[in-house]
Design a protein around this ligand. Structure first.
Ligand code: ASP
Length: 335
């Protein structure tokens, strides 16, 4: 059965124009540049031609819906070309609802399609190989870049311009791609697929950043803008300023769920400190979200609010519990 290639835009599809880079290259041209890997049959379609920084949450629901529609046809897997800026969010939502053994693999590029040395063709060829690889079955939605594939949960963009754009701090990749060989490194541990209605809007959840001396103004502005839930991009292991801690206690008591993540890219948050620290936040009912990035946590909380509007936190906790187990490293293979 074929692999389906679905293009959405991003640097992989972009060419230089008078105003800057524009994502104009269709899927068929991306595939022609990558070459179809030996033994594969690839079908193509185009969903959008935009930079991923311009995608809305509604676009993301549309993308995941389209991926599911393609999987419902007879394909062995789906590859999505996508901008790198928000790829970690798209792959996460795709994974949250994914209940199929066949892989969905997102990829993109750091250098444009018309660059003299583009990285997109190799990334796309690798992603197609991963989508067809038995080792990728059951791994959920994956992000394939620069010779490695990462599980959705925990993957982050870590470089703005260099070709190794992604990493999964503290977790590592799950597959390595060398030419035709796709080598398993680890099995991701995934939470249960959420029965999310992709036709309905996701409730608004905002990420509020912490910085030295931050007051509660942004937090309150988010709620005033209609946020049904809040994710804190907290200091260190999950600490905030006393002003934000006091506002969080008030919000949680009023029924607004609050998740705590870190602005540090690696490691989990923990209920350690009082005086505005994670111990106060946990005592007051905020949920410490492990090592989940604030952006992935935002989608988890929004999905949980959609699935269980009156009691979203058990959904969040279930998902966090599943994903905090370390994925098994595959014996004898260096990660
Ligand atoms: N820098 C981005 C990319 O790599 C732009 C985007 O996210 O579309 O594609």
């Amino acid at each position: 059965m074929p692999i389906h290639l679905l293009a959405t835009g991003g640097t992989i599809a972009s060419r230089r124009g008078p105003g800057g880079l524009a994502s104009v290259t269709p899927a068929a041209d991306l595939l022609a540049a990558a070459g179809t890997p030996d033994g594969l049959v690839v079908t193509t379609s185009d969903l959008t031609t935009v930079g991923s920084f311009a995608l809305t949450t509604a676009d993301l629901r549309g993308l995941v819906t389209e991926v599911r529609r393609r999987l419902a046809a007879d394909v062995d897997g789906v590859v999505v070309t996508h901008g790198t800026d928000t790829m970690e969010e798209s792959v996460f939502l795709a994974d949250l609802v994914h209940d199929d053994l066949r892989p969905v693999v997102l990829t993109g590029a750091q250098r444009p399609f018309d660059d003299p040395a583009p990285d997109g063709p190799r990334n796309l060829a690798d992603a197609l190989r991963v989508a067809a690889a038995p080792a990728a079955r059951g791994c959920g939605a994956l992000l394939c870049f620069d010779g490695l594939a990462f599980a959705a949960r925990g993957v982050r963009k870590v470089e703005t311009l260099r070709s190794g754009a992604f990493a999964a701090p503290g977790r590592g990749p799950v597959l390595r791609v060398d030419g035709d060989a796709v080598t398993p490194l680890a099995r991701p541990v995934r939470g249960p697929a959420l029965p999310l209605d992709l036709d309905a809007d996701l409730p608004r959840v905002d990420v509020v950043p912490l910085y030295l001396g931050a007051d509660d103004a942004l937090l309150r502005a988010a709620v005033a803008a209609g946020a049904a839930g809040i994710v804190l991009q907290a200091f260190g292991a999950g600490n905030v300023t006393p002003a934000v801690a006091a506002a969080v206690a008030e919000l949680v008591a009023g029924g607004t769920p609050v998740l705590v993540c870190s602005r540090v890219p690696s490691g989990a948050v923990a209920p350690l400190y009082t005086g505005g620290g994670g111990a106060d936040l946990a005592r007051d009912g905020a949920v410490l979200a492990g090592d989940l990035s604030p952006w992935q946590a935002r989608l988890l909380l929004a999905a949980a609010l959609a699935v269980a509007p009156h009691d979203p936190l058990p959904v969040v906790r279930d998902h966090l519990a599943a994903g905090t187990r370390t994925s098994d490293r595959v014996d004898g293979v260096q990660g």
